[in-house]
Design a protein around this ligand. Sequence first.
Ligand SMILES: Cc1cc2nc3c(=O)[nH]c(=O)nc-3n(C[C@H](O)[C@H](O)[C@H](O)COP(=O)(O)OP(=O)(O)OC[C@H]3O[C@@H](n4cnc5c(N)ncnc54)[C@H](O)[C@@H]3O)c2cc1C
Length: 382
Amino acid sequence: MLQTFDMLIIGTGPIGYVAAIGFAQAGMKVALIGPADSVKRDGRTVAILDGSVQLLGRLGCWDSIHPFSAPLSHMRIIDDTGSLFRAPPVTFKASELKLDAFGYNVELPDLVASLSTIASGHALITRFDTHVSELSSAGDGSLAAVLASGQTLHAPIILGADGRKSAVRAFAGIEVKEWSYPQTALTAVFKHQRDHHDISTEFHTRQGPFTLVPLPGRRSSLVWMMDPQKAERLANVSDKTLTQEVEKQAQFILGTMNIDGDRGLVPMAGLTVNRYASENIALLGEAAHVFPPIGAQGLNLGFRDVSALLEAFSSKCGPEALAKYNAARQADVKLRTAAVDVMNKSLLADYLPIDLARSIGLLTIASIPPLRRFMMQRGAGY
Ligand SMILES: Cc1cc2nc3c(=O)[nH]c(=O)nc-3n(C[C@H](O)[C@H](O)[C@H](O)COP(=O)(O)OP(=O)(O)OC[C@H]3O[C@@H](n4cnc5c(N)ncnc54)[C@H](O)[C@@H]3O)c2cc1C
């Protein structure tokens, strides 16, 4: 049976849900397509920065997410490269921006479950718990999606929030550039002896950042970027051995630790597109940009995609709004992708002049108040 909507949103990661809630609240009849249980509990958490908290607040989602989040009131960077030109530890405080927190850390499955409940309760959102198996242009100028369940949906606009292997992107003919890094991220959640005091700590090691991010109670999530072979080994050692390695790498700042749940492994990669929209299709989130998890930027960039698209559609719908969206996203996405790439590569380089430049860069940012505030504002997702 053929069904017609104002918009088809493909993908049920956090970005697909938030886009569906946003456009439904703007009065559009939305079809949201994607599996209901697509996110595994493998230690991945996401820090939702202040700019994104404000978007989620405007959309009426934040009050149901806040209770299972932990505030990040301080962000500490420790140079653990062992280089001759190590910068001293630097701590940024949210209070310097007159904020209670730079953002809030949540377990990804909890975030997605909460957004899913909100989307399911919205009268203008119809959910299809399945995959899109084929996309085509219908004769009347609209687009058609054939679902794995056999249904066909029509709409004048499709949003691709279908992640890094986006079929929507391929259908739109949008060019993609992909690359990889010689690193894999190991993710896990730990209980620990000492309070984290709402401080997120990023140790910059020669193989990439080792980051501990607060969760509610005496719990923190770990993102440890390292050489893929070492990551594979640590993914398979006993809980006790892994915990000992993590305690040591963390310089015992959280005391003794205990792993709490499953571990995840994510190969590090990057992806950019040459445009964010075509005449009747827009890409959001990881369908449009991927980079390593440094400085909690990826999902927050996706939330800014949603904000920009809602803003573009607030005055006009259709191709003009999509062109406006495409123009609006160019600088922000390129800048964040390049900044993360440079930071990551500077750690991997193991070359003294680069170490010196990185240390001077961090010290300059930390010690010049207007620059410090500017960088903290960018870091907090503005
Ligand atoms: C270790 C790690 C830590 C991170 N930490 C942070 C952080 O602290 N802060 C931050 O901002 N970002 C962080 N990120 C990035 C963040 O996790 C991602 O940007 C975000 O989860 C991507 O969401 P998405 O909705 O764009 O894509 P996805 O979550 O990949 O969702 C895509 C969805 O599309 C669905 N789909 C695919 N194909 C189809 C199809 N044909 N039909 C229907 N549905 C389809 C999939 O099932 C999936 O549900 C981190 C990333 C990693 C790897």
